[in-house]
Ligand binder design. Sequence first.
Ligand SMILES: Cc1ncc(COP(=O)(O)O)c(C=O)c1O
Length: 406
Amino acid sequence: MSLVNGDLTTARAAVADEVKFDILTESQDADNEKARQTVARCFVSDTITVPTKEMYLYASRASLGDDVYHEPSTIALEAHVAKLTGKEAALFLPSGTMSNQIALRTHLKQPPYAVLCDQRAHINTYEAGGTAFHSGAHTYPVLPSNGHHLTLEDIESRIILDRNIHYAPTEVIALENTLNGTIFPQDEIVRISEYAHSKDLKMHLDGARIWHVAAETGTSIKTLCDPFDSVSLCFSKGLGAPIGSCLVGTKDFIGKARWFRKLFGGGMRQTGPLSASAAYALTHHFPLLPRVHALTRRLEDGLKELGVRITSGAETCMVFFDATTLGISFSELVERAAQLPEPIILGGSRLVVHIQTSDAAVDDLLSLVRTLAEEKKAAGFVPTDTTTNGHSTNIYVKVKPTSTQA
Ligand SMILES: Cc1ncc(COP(=O)(O)O)c(C=O)c1O
């Protein structure tokens, strides 16, 4: 039965009433201010960095196109990132995971095949097995024998080049830089790349945090990307943009990747403000990274001084530690940090410093470790000599606090 005139108007108003939704709480501004303070004291990841008002102001002036057709600000960002990385083309994507997965899907054509990577790599550990799902590829994880980065020798001994039908032949070598905050030596990358290309293999870089390598070493982004056929770069981690990654490669490669992005459901529409946020982050946040790295080193030095074992040093924005040398377990530290009057949020053995981390958060964390160490000593714990501990590969030990986090 169809409604007419007044009835229809009333019915439409009723539907509009059901549909409408005010998402902002009465205390939203205050809540956001509190969230900013929480972020300044959170060492879990740099993905939790929040957009600033200045970034949003800049983003609100971006162009208004539809990215599946033509979005001027996004096209400008892609052109800039292609030039910066020395590649022919770039593609803006919603996440680093999609960027890595589409890169692999675009490189890999006909199974059986395998992707060789560091065992700790994001594509192996944190992408929900996406390489098997999206590309039907076997992932071949290798632990670096030096505990830091893969070498050509590590790779040569594990790579599968022959046509023995029992194996999935290696078709892509995927490296990550930084990996757990450590810098992959560029000369080793070049050795691996020359070898890979001599065997007709593709080189992909998960460069989610390549910005940190450039900021720390003063090496150009282009030089860092040169040995790779494709590179994924994220704006939403250390650079502090809300969303977005760029995948770069040849024109043909990016053309096919754009097709896969649509197929994967990642074709976005009014991406101008997102691209502008990324551009803002490149201009205003990239220069903040040296301060981040210096603060991470200060955190590492403070921990060392207290007798905490460092399992992976502060090369950029991360430090991995083990305070059991002082009798402090990970879960205990996470709990006590969450219970401070101004809580500190920790995730486990990995501490991530970011552009919004406050100096006070680092001081307060060190002071908490000092307090806990004194408590343990008073209870009879004899600290372990940290110098007698061997080197260990920085596997992330994750802990969730049982008490409520602020
Ligand atoms: C090294 C690395 N690569 C890729 C990603 C995936 O990025 P996203 O969370 O945007 O999917 C992350 C996420 O933190 C990462 O650390």
